[in-house]
Design a protein around this ligand. Structure first.
Ligand code: 5GP
Length: 144
């Protein structure tokens, strides 16, 4: 069952954290790393991941990483709002394949929403790297 298992250090987010794969970085501190989702469900779709965790999902999160991770999610979400002025924001997190999880390194999605703009499908349509970099810079400029 995908809710249980062993952390695979070869997962794509672990590779991004180690700098083995590129990403459009928004923010990082000693606890969290935030970057643009490469298959965004909306403009500004950002992911926040813990840097020092072997949790595949939220249920496995080590107690000491939960507080700093959630503070990081809030900090980045505020910056997304300040940068892009959405009408709303979805903050979500999936546990196990039936729930929609595809990458098994704990992560939170921050997805801006605008009135009348439908949500894109999960994990579809790769974004232009240049556009993602520009969005990452826009959001990074609003981190406080
Ligand atoms: P999950 O489905 O596990 O909740 O979310 C995984 C997310 O990671 C998806 O939204 C997907 O678009 C995103 N993703 C998958 N591969 C990559 C990648 O190589 N780079 C980035 N930046 N995002 C990825």
């Amino acid at each position: 069952m995908s809710l249980d298992g062993t952390y695979d250090a070869g997962n794509i987010f672990a590779k991004i954290l180690r700098g083995e794969m590129p990403s459009a970085r928004v923010f990082e501190d000693e606890h969290v790393f935030a970057f643009m989702d490469v298959f965004p469900q909306a403009k500004g779709h950002t992911l926040v991941i813990p840097k020092h965790s072997q949790a595949r999902n939220f249920l496995e999160a080590e107690p000491e990483i939960v507080g700093p991770l959630m503070l990081g999610v809030q900090r980045v979400a505020r910056a997304v709002r300040a940068a892009l002025n959405p009408d709303g924001l979805v903050i979500t997190q999936f546990n196990g394949a039936p729930a929609g999880q595809t990458v098994y390194h704990l992560h939170f999605h921050i997805i801006p929403r605008w009135e009348g703009v439908p949500l894109g499908r999960h994990g579809e349509g790769m974004a232009d790297p240049g556009e993602l970099k520009a969005l990452a810079e826009q959001i990074a400029a609003k981190i406080s």
